[in-house]
Ligand binder design. Structure first.
Ligand code: ZN
Length: 262
């Protein structure tokens, strides 16, 4: 039975992908037309919580931040085992997992990919490094005939702090080419595929440049203090598997069923 490629695109909503920015993503739009495509309407647009839904089938109502309070104004990063859920990669230990952002830094398994800047790429160079590292490691897993989950965070991170149309265009054209390559290579090898996002992004500022600063308590992590886009409630789902999907929990069920059959 089929192996599976899950390609996650943090922050690429249905409306941006298929309407507002469609001219920058011709390959993704063609793939959407030729396969099952759905606009998933969300109740919450919270990145880590929605990725946990997609990769564990569980909804952690409390999980809105990657950080946990230690005392007063002292915080630290949450570790993946503190979430108390069994992820899809715990059930299928042979899965290749590249940059799954259920925590910071994102989860990697059976790969030599390492997250760029804790999974928070905010500059063009960091985004380019993440995207190309993910491309390389995903294509390697496909060549080896292994089911693979890969997630890029570049759209969420970069759109938070830019409204510059040239930067957005360059980023999405680069991403579109990565999508084309991983989908085509996986199809040639008989894989099924799922493209999924955790939420969309919508413009909230007329300015073109936002601002990030190092966190006061964890200076190796930068945080957005002036946002140009914020999260929106439209997630994107495209798949070669023609099963009806209406929520992120449905996406989890399709992933699990496909891996059970593979
Ligand atoms: Zn996100």
């Amino acid at each position: 039975m089929s192996k599976l490629l899950v390609f996650g695109i943090d922050g690429l909503g249905y409306d941006n992908a298929l309407q507002h920015f469609r001219q920058y993503m011709p390959n993704l739009n063609r793939i959407a037309r030729e396969n099952y495509c759905k606009r998933i309407e969300l109740d919450v647009a919270i990145s880590p919580r929605n990725w946990v839904r997609i990769f564990s089938g569980r909804d952690l109502e409390w999980y809105n931040l990657y950080v946990k309070r230690v005392r007063d104004d002292v915080w630290r990063l949450i570790k993946v085992n503190e979430l108390g859920v069994r992820f899809i990669w715990d059930e299928f230990p042979g899965l290749v997992v590249i940059n799954a952002p259920v925590v910071i830094p994102p989860v990697c398994k059976n790969t030599d990919f390492r997250p760029v800047q804790y999974g928070l790429p905010f500059t063009w160079f960091e985004a380019w490094r993440e995207l190309n590292g993910i491309r390389r490691s995903t294509l390697q897993a496909i060549r080896q005939g292994r089911s693979v989950i890969a997630v890029t965070t570049v759209v969420d991170r970069m759109l938070h702090i830019t409204g510059n149309e040239r930067v957005i265009r360059r980023l999405l054209i680069e991403l579109d080419e990565v999508v084309r390559q991983v989908v085509e290579r996986s199809r040639e090898r008989g894989f099924d595929f799922i493209i999924v996002s955790d939420h969309g992004m919508r413009r909230i500022s007329g300015e073109s440049k936002g601002q990030i600063v190092p966190r006061h308590d964890m200076p190796y992590i930068r945080t957005v203090v002036k946002a140009i886009h914020e999260h929106s409630n439209d997630a994107l789902y495209i798949s070669s598997i023609r099963r009806d999907v209406n929520s992120h929990l449905d996406v989890y069920r399709v992933i699990r069923q496909t891996l059970l059959n593979s």
